[in-house]
Structure formats: structure tokens, C-alpha cells
Design a binder for this molecule. Structure first.
Ligand SMILES: *Cc1c(COP(=O)(O)O)cnc(C)c1O
Length: 359
């Protein structure tokens, strides 16, 4: 039985992509060599990187941006953003909505001055602060937010206006899950291993306007300009991960683009939230309904000691990866783009059945 893969990341990939990787594994682009064996300077691979950048910008309608394919994960971006865009004497605004935004903020604080423009930490990160409740510094070097909080299961559904301050977003767990008002963003970064592809490549989308203001003092590998100038080929990139990422982008195009994915993602999440809401309190969602994530559904059993039994029964029924993040416990179902709708229907049925059997 193929498991229903609810892993939080690395996570499920589209089956047609995996099949294509298998089918052409020994012969990349007619070279007679595996993708693992070709030079990153080969004509075939250079074309692939250019094509992946074009696809990514095209899907997002981001004509004002460049797309870079870097290494070091989203966690390296926590430092790279301030190294490039937080000059001495300036201050950056951070909105704290979970563990990842805390980490981003702490890393920036090691390198410069930061301010907290909003935080839902006192409410156990159950909601996203309202856009007009943010207390922003009009002079901030940038405003940083985490669009989807993978651990707590909350997601921004309205965006702050730029208001003269570049908006920087960590979109590791919901990039390409829905259309965005892309013109409002100057920098978006995402580790690929949740919604985009395999681990090992980190996508950065960066406006030409912001790029032009980057500091020139950072170490070479940590400067966006290095990678923008070299079209992500300054040094050896994660060739295989970029190759798979490009196939995932093609799969998204074939699926109808971001609007089509958003519709499906919203439907997928609705099945699982309905199972929570209609359980008579057997399941308790962590996120306030208005801030619920379409990507990571987090909940507890009202009877917390019964959670291990829930997880064991779920595993036996073929549901993988449902344990909550080690820092918060509970249950988390990650419903990334590649997770089939049928897996969400099956999980909702399992939850309802489990509650009925043991409730
Ligand atoms: C997973 C995750 C990260 C960390 O990503 P790495 O690529 O492992 O460094 C950062 N931010 C968010 C929102 C995440 O979900």
C-alpha cells in the first residue's frame, strides 16, 4: 500500500515527477549520462537553470524579480538577508509568528539592529497579527514575515503594504501554493524540501530594485549579487535538486498554475478542518480559524494522553508523518502541493472514524 505522506519536509513529491526522474535517470537531456554525472557548466544544465528561473518567475508573474538557486537552506537566509540588506545604523522589522520567525529575528539581531513589529507569541502563536495592528518603523531597512508557520499551522491571508519598506518573506512551507500579489514583495526565500522539490536547494526571489541596494561587504558566497551575476552558477550548485525542482515547476504549470493549485489546496485543507470542527471537541485545532494554514493543519486530542494511540492507529492505517513538531507535540498534517486530494479525504475519514470508535 502506498502510504499517505503527510511529512512536514522533506515531503511528498508529485508521482509523475518521480517517475520521470526514474525514467531518464541514466540519460539526462540526451547526453547519455545521468544528471548526477554532467557538468554544471554543460550547455544542457545551463539551459535547465535558465528554464527553471523563467518558469518560477512566470508562475508567480514576477517580472520585477530574479530567481536564484542557492544552498544552505532557509536557515542560511536568516543571516544572508541582514548581511545584504541591514546596514549599520539601520533597523529591520520582524513579525514573530512562530519558531522560524524567531530564529530569523535572532539571527538578524546577531548582525544588526532589529525591532519586533508584531508578535502572537503571548497567544501561543495561534494567530497572525492583523496587518493594521502591526507597529511598523517607517524607516525600517525591511519588514520580515513568515508567510506560513509550519510548526504552529498558521498562515498569512492578508499582506502588509510595502509603504516604502521592502517586504521580505520566508515562504518555505507555502511557496507556490497560491497566487500572490507579487509586486508587494522584494525578497522571498524558501527551502525547496516542503513545497518545491527535494532538499538541497533554496530558492530566492529578489527584486532588481532591492538587489541594487545590497551591501558589498558580505563574504562572496553570502552576497546575492554574486549569485545573480553568475545566474546561480558561481560555484557548483545542487545540480540534482535543481533538476527535480524544474520538473516540479513543469508539473505545476501542467496542473493549471497557482490559481488551480490554490483551489485544490483550500479544498484539501477544508476536509481536515471539517473533521476537527465536526468532532464535538474530540479534536482541538491549534490555530484560530481566521489564521488557519492550508498547508499544515495542527491539532491536539482533547484527551492528550491518547495522542500516541491516535498516531499508532494512523500509522497502521498508512498515514505517515502526522506527529507534531518536536517542540510542540500534538498532531500535524502537512498538505503540500504534491499531496493528493484523496489523502486528505482519507485522513478526514480516519479521524472521524477514530473519534467515533474511541470517543
Ligand atoms: C522548514 C523551515 C525552515 C528551515 O528550513 P531549512 O531549509 O531546513 O533551513 C525555515 N522557515 C520555515 C518557515 C520552514 O518551514
Amino acid at each position: 500500500m502506498t502510504p499517505h505522506n503527510f511529512n512536514a519536509g522533506p515531503a511528498v513529491l508529485p508521482l509523475p515527477v518521480l517517475e520521470q526522474v526514474r525514467d531518464e535517470f541514466l540519460d539526462f537531456a540526451g547526453t547519455g549520462m545521468s544528471i548526477l554525472e554532467v557538468s554544471h557548466r554543460s550547455r544542457e544544465f545551463e539551459a535547465l537553470v535558465e528554464q527553471a528561473e523563467r518558469r518560477l518567475l512566470g508562475l508567480l508573474g514576477a517580472s520585477h524579480m530574479r530567481a536564484l538557486f542557492l544552498q544552505g537552506g532557509a536557515s542560511t537566509q536568516f543571516a544572508m538577508v541582514p548581511l545584504n540588506f541591514l546596514p549599520a545604523g539601520a533597523s529591520a522589522d520582524y513579525v514573530l509568528t512562530g519558531l522560524w520567525s524567531e530564529k530569523a529575528c535572532e539571527e538578524a539581531a546577531r548582525l544588526g539592529t532589529v525591532r519586533v513589529a508584531g508578535s502572537s507569541r503571548p497567544q501561543q502563536y495561534r494567530h497572525i497579527p492583523a496587518v493594521d495592528a502591526l507597529v511598523r518603523d517607517p524607516q525600517a531597512a525591511y519588514l520580515h514575515l513568515t508567510s506560513n508557520n509550519t510548526i504552529y499551522g498558521t498562515q498569512w491571508h492578508q499582506w502588509p503594504a510595502r509603504a516604502g519598506v521592502p517586504i521580505v518573506a520566508d515562504m518555505s512551507s507555502d511557496i507556490l501554493a497560491r497566487p500572490l500579489p507579487i509586486d508587494q514583495f522584494d525578497l522571498i526565500y524558501a527551502g525547496a524540501q516542503k513545497n518545491l522539490g527535494p532538499a538541497g536547494v533554496t530558492v530566492v526571489l529578489l527584486s532588481e530594485a532591492l538587489l541594487a541596494t545590497a551591501a558589498t561587504t558580505a563574504p562572496t558566497m553570502l552576497r546575492y549579487a554574486t549569485h545573480a551575476t553568475a545566474r546561480s552558477l558561481y560555484n557548483t550548485p545542487p545540480v540534482f535538486a535543481i533538476y527535480v525542482l524544474d520538473l516540479v515547476l513543469r508539473w505545476i504549470e501542467a496542473a493549471g498554475g497557482l490559481a488551480a493549485l490554490a483551489e485544490r489546496n483550500q479544498r484539501k485543507a477544508a476536509y481536515v478542518y471539517a473533521a476537527i470542527d465536526q468532532s464535538d471537541g474530540f479534536y482541538r485545532g491549534h490555530a484560530d480559524p481566521a489564521s488557519r494554514s492550508w498547508m499544515n493543519v495542527t491539532f491536539r486530542l482533547a484527551d492528550v494522553p491518547r495522542e500516541p494511540a491516535f498516531l499508532a492507529a494512523a500509522a497502521a492505517a498508512g498515514f505517515v508523518g502526522l506527529a507534531g513538531h518536536r517542540s510542540v507535540g500534538g498532531i500535524r498534517a502537512s498538505l503540500y502541493n504534491a499531496l493528493p486530494e484523496a489523502s486528505c479525504v482519507a485522513l478526514a475519514e480516519f479521524m472521524t472514524d477514530f473519534a467515533r470508535r474511541t470517543g
